[in-house]
Design a protein around this ligand. Structure first.
Ligand code: G3P
Length: 224
């Protein structure tokens, strides 16, 4: 599983980059706008925290293929490293994806809600497709089932495009996607924490500490 953080909150990125096996950061225009700060400073600060080797996905603000390509080239030049331009699925987005494939710039096709959209994106050359799990669940769809179907269709066609499931509201959705073989997820720092938490784990750790201290007090192994 490839874990990515879906935020532009620098403190959350710093934290998760230090404590989790983080593969990168995704943003979108809503996430960037929430930070209400200078765009270039923000995305360059994110790059500085995660380094050149981790993925940074930034979404285009353009709607026409040639302009999307122009913006992607600028983003790649300014942000360097492992960079992916996020493009919402549509005809212009597919055309841009095919052009960017030629230029060697990775594309994450986003705002995916159906396996048909995902398959077409993969065939155009997208490196990732990002289905929105919780937004489907919100309208009585089954986001995880859609993810499962996309995973299976990409496998059937021998595509190397990866599923980057997005829009999660809880850890159960992430767990389900993982059990369906989803390649990667992008989540908030809160969900990242929930994924490793369990009250029985807390109880087990408290028990180890109590038993040790009962015999050795505050000494640790380093003190022997
Ligand atoms: O970046 C795309 C996706 O993560 C959006 O999530 O929470 O706005 O549905 P959300």
């Amino acid at each position: 599983m490839i874990y990515i953080l879906d935020t532009a909150d620098l403190a959350a990125i710093k934290h998760c980059n230090e404590f989790y096996p983080l593969a990168g950061v995704t943003t979108n225009p809503s996430i960037i706008a929430k930070a209400k700060t200078d765009f270039w400073k923000l995305v360059k600060d994110i790059r500085a925290i995660i380094g050149e080797d981790k993925m940074l996905h930034v979404q285009t603000t353009q709607t026409e293929a040639e302009k999307i390509v122009e913006e992607a080239k600028l983003l790649k030049k300014e942000l360097g490293g492992e960079f992916y331009v996020k493009i919402p699925i549509g005809e212009e987005g597919l055309k841009a994806t095919m052009m960017l494939k030629e230029l060697g710039i990775g594309v994450t096709m986003t705002a995916i809600f159906t396996p048909a959209q995902a398959l077409m994106s993969a065939m155009a050359g997208a490196s990732f497709v990002a289905p929105y799990v919780n937004r489907l669940d919100n309208i009585l769809g089954d986001g995880c089932e859609v993810v499962a179907e996309i995973v299976s269709q990409l496998e059937n066609y021998g595509s190397d495009c990866k599923v980057l499931a997005a829009s999660f509201k809880n850890a159960e959705q992430v767990h389900k996607c993982a059990s369906y073989g989803c390649h990667s997820v992008t989540v908030t720092d809160d969900i990242m924490k929930t994924l490793i938490s369990h009250p029985m784990t807390d109880a087990a750790i408290a028990g180890f500490e109590k038993d040790w201290k009962g015999v050795y007090g505050d000494k640790t192994i380093l003190d022997f």
